[in-house]
Design a protein around this ligand. Structure first.
Ligand code: A3P
Length: 353
């Protein structure tokens, strides 16, 4: 069964005791009543990072980190027609794509060959902030985002159907780039990542538990198949609004994909840029080998929220396709492939099984 019947107050209580519950801010206060009333009514599942996730409008979310920010985004975030949103489920290549989009859009502003390029001194998550956790970082309004240079580059893990109409309407002008990845690799990458954040009391999630949960659709912003399918179908209907990418394609043909990305974002590479190897420079700058070896990504941290801080090196594990082969049994892999074949059947989308 997907949902575990557990005491609902527990997550918040433990987090408060551990100092993990975001302090009272304008946002916290504004939605406290709604949160307290809604929470006991939502189905509960076992969490990968926190003890629980809750099912909200069909998707599993970490309540403390997601619900109030989502409502705040709906009520307060003002989209700009030039905004570029990077959408993804966790561990599908978000960090890499953030770096590639940032480097592509800002290619005339920074010199790749000098140490002043922001991507050499900051983690990609600092260069392209998450809209989702911004309200928890800033504790106040979105006004800090207004000072970002245009086009603003922002990221979200939220499913398409949970986003406000202002962001997704065809008249809003803004654009989306979505990245997805083979589900088996997503499962393994999630397991390694989220286990680093689990408290001692919870202990690590086992591979078997993670596999069961993932196959039931219970993972942050999951079911993963629904997350992917919503954006996929939208990309078929609105190819000028959203570019749909796969991690595996980016690995195989980075040159082709980065050129497509620049074109989609309205900044195609000129012949001169291509002749001068600018596309290759961007790919080299954003490569796993380069980014993972930078001092900033080896030793510094990224602050998701006031209380959730991640070592930057956690965003760079192996950076390969097919690492799930090293962790999942043949039966497990077949089972996941079968689920996704069924779920994606008739959509025109598939993951190379
Ligand atoms: P693995 O855990 O399989 O190594 P996200 O950025 O969405 O959190 O995804 C993280 C995954 O992308 C991790 O996968 C990470 O190693 C990989 N990754 C990070 N930077 C990368 C890069 N520059 N090139 C390729 N893969 C990268």
């Amino acid at each position: 069964m997907a949902a575990h019947v557990l005491s609902l107050g527990l997550d918040s209580q433990n987090n408060q005791e551990n100092g993990n519950f975001p302090c009272e801010s304008g946002m916290e206060k504004a939605y406290e009543k709604k949160y307290r009333e809604l929470l006991p009514t939502l189905p509960i599942g076992k969490g990968w990072m926190t003890e629980h996730v809750v099912q909200y409008q069909g998707f599993w979310l970490m309540p403390d980190l997601s619900l109030k920010p989502l409502w705040w985004i709906h009520d307060e975030f003002k989209v700009q027609p030039t905004d570029i949103f990077l959408a993804s489920a966790p561990k599908t290549g978000t960090t890499w794509l953030k770096a590639l989009i940032f480097a592509t859009i800002n290619r005339t502003h920074y010199d790749f060959s000098t140490s002043t390029h922001p991507l050499l001194n900051s983690n990609p998550h600092e260069c392209v902030p998450f809209l989702d956790t911004y309200p928890l970082q800033s504790q106040e309004t979105f006004s800090g985002l207004d000072s970002l240079p245009s086009p603003r580059l922002l990221a979200t893990h939220f499913p398409l159907s949970l986003l406000p109409e202002s962001m997704v309407s065809s008249t809003s002008g803004c654009k989306f780039v979505y990245i997805c990845r083979d589900p088996k690799d997503v499962l393994i990458s999630n397991l390694f990542f989220f286990n680093k954040f689990r408290s001692e009391e919870l202990g690590p999630l086992s591979l078997e538990e993670a596999f069961e949960l993932f196959c039931q659709g219970v993972s942050h912003v999951g079911p993963y198949w629904d997350h992917v399918l919503e954006y996929w179908k939208w990309s078929l209907q609105n190819p000028e609004k959203i570019l749909f990418l796969k991690y595996e394609e980016l690995k195989k043909e980075p040159l082709v994909v980065v050129k497509r990305l620049a074109e989609f974002l309205g900044q195609p590479f000129s012949l001169e840029e291509e002749r001068n190897g600018v596309v290759q420079e961007i790919i080299k700058l954003c490569s796993f080998r380069n980014l993972s070896n930078l001092e900033v990504n080896k030793t510094k941290t990224y602050k998701y929220t006031k209380d959730v801080v991640a070592n930057n090196n956690l965003y760079f594990r192996k950076g390969e396709t097919g690492d799930s082969n090293n962790h999942l049994s043949h039966e497990m892999m077949e089972h996941i492939d079968k689920i996704f074949q069924e779920k994606l059947s008739g959509s025109g989308l598939s993951f190379g099984a």
